[in-house]
Design a protein around this ligand. Structure first.
Ligand code: R5P
Length: 273
């Protein structure tokens, strides 16, 4: 693998665990000002010291993240549809590879919509992005979107979407946790990270999702709403780090979460766990 491309990937998986805790704040690109991300800067800044990478669009990067940050950036470069449309799959590439290089990002990310009306278009976007990425040493993270069709969140479907993404050249794949998740990971030759999906009912449920994913072979998480829609986002991110990097159990991570929320400095004094 080319040195630049390899270096960019390694910076996103910095810990001795070989895993990564990516913080996803790219939701506005199709959802608009979703809950707790209305002021993206206010949401991102306290969390930034605890993230191994930050996933977002160029608009939020430019306006809401200090250029002094050393946190690797995963730049979303697909979009073009909003939640006002029934079919979210008609995405195009919205940001050029030259812009990604100019922004000094560590990877570019796009959604692929396997089985959707615009499957071909999204897979062609992926193939083209990989070609462009190879020219500049830029890794591509493919996001296996399931849109509103939650019934597709099963191992057979996600394994298909992840494998197709890897076959087309994606360097990392983001997908959803599901029953039989190890099948998804085992048949995907590149690292898999998991999204959290909509906010779950409890802290424990989100921690259980992350724990299950890591136990079954994921190389990390790329999570958003279950962190920044939590009442205690910093504590939540710390608890997730313990699972992803230190092999903490759900109970241990939950204890860490509760400890952090009862500490007087819990939400105001950042420091890497
Ligand atoms: C969709 O907007 C993006 O792919 C998100 O980055 C991804 O779904 C992860 O965020 P969450 O954990 O909120 O699902």
């Amino acid at each position: 693998m080319d040195w630049g491309l390899s270096n960019r990937i390694d910076r996103m998986f910095p810990s001795s665990s070989g895993n990564s805790v990516m913080l996803a704040v790219d939701h506005g690109y199709f959802m608009g000002p979703t809950r707790n991300l209305e002021n993206a800067k206010a949401t991102i800044l306290p969390l930034l010291p605890y993230a191994d990478a930050l996933a977002l669009t160029r608009g939020i990067l430019r306006t809401s993240v200090p250029p002094t940050t050393s946190t690797p950036i995963v730049l979303r470069v697909s979009g073009g549809v909003t939640i006002l449309k029934d079919d979210l799959s008609e995405e195009t590439i919205t940001t050029s590879i030259q812009e990604a290089v100019r922004l000094n990002v560590s990877a570019v990310a796009l959604s692929v919509f396997v089985g959707s009306a615009h499957e071909h278009q999204s897979l062609a976007n992926l193939a083209k992005l990989v070609d462009d990425g190879q020219t500049y040493g830029m890794p591509v993270l493919a996001i296996t979107a399931v849109g509103k069709e939650l019934e597709k969140r099963d191992a057979r479907y996600l394994a298909l979407a992840c494998r197709v993404s890897a076959e087309l050249g994606a360097h990392i794949v983001k997908t959803y946790y599901c029953e039989g998740f190890s099948k998804v990971v085992d048949s995907c030759p590149v690292p898999v990270v998991v999204a959290g999906g909509p906010k779950l009912d409890s802290i424990e449920a989100a921690l259980t999702l992350a724990h299950g994913a890591i136990a079954e072979g994921a190389k990390g998480i790329d999570m958003g709403r279950n962190i920044w829609q939590s009442e205690h986002p910093v504590a939540m991110l710390k608890a997730l780090r313990a699972i992803v990097h230190q092999g903490a159990t759900v109970r241990e991570a939950a204890a860490l979460f509760h400890e952090a929320t009862t500490s007087p400095k819990a939400s105001v004094t950042p420091g890497v766990a």
